[in-house]
Write a protein that binds this ligand. Sequence first.
Ligand code: DGL
Length: 259
Amino acid sequence: MEGKKIKIGLFDSGIGGFSILREIMGQAPGPEYYYFADREYAPYGNLSDKDIVQRSRLIVQYLKDSHCDLVLFACNTATNMSIELLRGEFDLPLIGVEPYINIVNQVADVGQKWGVLLTHASFRSEKFNTLKSMKDPNGQVQVFTSSNLASLVEEFWHGGDQDDWLPRVHQELEELRESQVTHLILGCTHYPLIQEVIENYLSIKTICPAAQVASHALSRLGIEISRGQDLPAFFYSEALGGEWKKLAGKNLWPKIKLE
Ligand code: DGL
């Protein structure tokens, strides 16, 4: 008897969660992926706690109604603000994403200067602050926030490569550049999508948890990792017409020009 196809739902304020979608589709081409981009309410990082919870609740319900077997919060901000609460409300596995702060305990100190970059909402959340004090009790990791970086990533995806885009990204990274951080933990799923831009401008290494999050979600569903061909996912955004659209896996992210 042929088994039913597993459906995995993912959501983010916009296309940031593609950094996780790309990874999970690469690790397991078998399931169907349903990706909800909440563009009308982006950026989440500048919303109130209450609004983030409310949006997350509605989207989880929507993905559940779309018969998803698991919902992956492909957004640090939504994870920080709402996942614990919503786990108590839904009888569906909810998997989140968090910055990989524990790396400071795993890499021998050879002069690294660590930073973590995240949204304002994540910065004030109890979940992030608990994680930070548990994994970094000695305060080795300096925290940076950004108001506009996620929106700039969004702008690139939707508007293309305008002349002033790169200078505006650089401006957003100025504080980090002055701090002379050598290793930056990315605490928002939008940032890995411009990983090269960040690394080149700051001459640093970035750390992104997408691979671990993807394999965690797959193991929760008992799916074995089997790299294979890139199949289409289904994409939904109210701002783009409010219906599921097929999206080809290999076209998930346009190439960024660095000059
Ligand atoms: N990509 C999201 C995150 O991981 C949200 C960014 C935003 O909308 O502010 O935090």
